[in-house]
Design a protein around this ligand. Structure first.
Ligand SMILES: [Zn+2]
Length: 313
């Protein structure tokens, strides 16, 4: 795979991870005064790209001070163990609820195989490596990371997952949001701007917590958000309003689903919801192009809502 990255200025580089397809997932490198951090990691398949980027920029692996997955879902944290082996001076910053899964990934592997199946797990994630406990920092809400002159504030941001952190970068007035501020694929951009949708990936969707988290993020008046899916967005107010609406709409779709065919019914409901939204957004893509772009997410969102409904009962 070819190394593809974008310099976003002020020491931030967005790296294509080639998870599933180009433009689906990225991770970020931050540099300040010779110190380096990676926010999200991609999967084991991303490791050679990250190493190639360091070489291209003339940065030694020893300069990496932190590896910081926003949460332990594998498109975000899948390469953590491999990177920690390659970066001898790095510490892992992770939400307290995620730490044990990084130290012993057995449950995470089992959980991921349950969601994706064994074949897809092997294909997309290859393997998960454990991280030595002595190198793990459990970052609680308010924990501050120092990188060169830069300060990154860790916020506990439940809603998508209970083990989710967002990182506030005061220097660029932006948050690294993982999945908390939704997904925005560049293919859906129109003259109305970016198109955002809510990823209710199994198994910890929490609508009330998510509303509160969005309000909390917006209380910092962020100028930009660095999404993992995909790259930087600047329409933070409009995205936040849309995500609030979608939380409520998803809940309605789930609650109104046919109880005898729950998954299919939620899937159909989300599918027509997205189609309508994309039409309103002025999207010119064909039905099959839209299907190709949303197929994976529709399945995961429907699964996550189904599990949430079961938990309510
Ligand atoms: Zn994700």
């Amino acid at each position: 795979m070819e190394l593809v990255y974008q310099d976003l200025g002020q020491g931030i580089t967005c790296i294509e991870t080639y998870y599933q397809r180009p433009n689906l997932a990225c991770c970020y490198m931050l540099e300040d005064q010779g110190e380096v951090a990676f926010i999200d990691t991609g999967t084991a398949r991303t490791v050679p790209l990250i190493m190639a980027l360091l070489e291209r920029k003339g940065i030694s692996p020893g300069a990496v001070k932190y590896v910081m997955p926003t949460h332990v879902h594998l498109d975000h944290a899948g390469a953590t163990g491999q990177l920690m082996e390659l970066f001898p001076n790095a510490q892992l910053i992770i939400h307290p609820y995620g730490a044990r899964h990084m130290i012993d990934p057995t449950k995470l592997i089992a959980g991921s195989i349950a969601v994706y199946g064994e074949e897809a797990f092997k294909r997309d994630y290859d393997e998960l490596k454990a991280v030595e406990e002595s190198r793990v920092i459990e970052a609680r809400d308010g924990y501050q990371v120092t990188l060169g002159q830069r300060k990154l504030l860790c916020l506990d941001t439940p809603g998508h997952a209970r083990h989710h952190l967002c990182f506030w970068d005061e220097q660029t007035q932006g948050f690294f949001t993982g999945d908390t501020f939704g997904i925005s694929y560049p293919e859906f951009n129109t003259d109305q701007g970016g198109f955002v949708f809510l990823p209710t990936t199994p198994v910890q969707f929490d609508p009330d917590a998510w509303h509160q988290t969005l309000d909390r993020l917006m209380s910092y008046s962020p100028q930009r958000m660095y999404l993992t899916h995909f790259c930087r967005i600047e329409q933070t107010e409009a995205f936040a309003r849309e995500l609030h609406r979608q939380i409520d709409d998803y809940v309605d779709i789930a609650r109104n689903a046919d109880p005898d065919h729950r998954y299919q019914s939620i899937h159909n409901g989300l599918n027509s919801y997205f189609r309508r939204k994309l039409e309103e957004h002025g999207c010119q893509l064909s039905d099959s192009e839209i299907e190709g772009l949303l197929e994976l997410d529709l399945g995961l969102c429907a699964q996550g809502l189904e599990i949430w409904l079961q938990r309510q009962a």
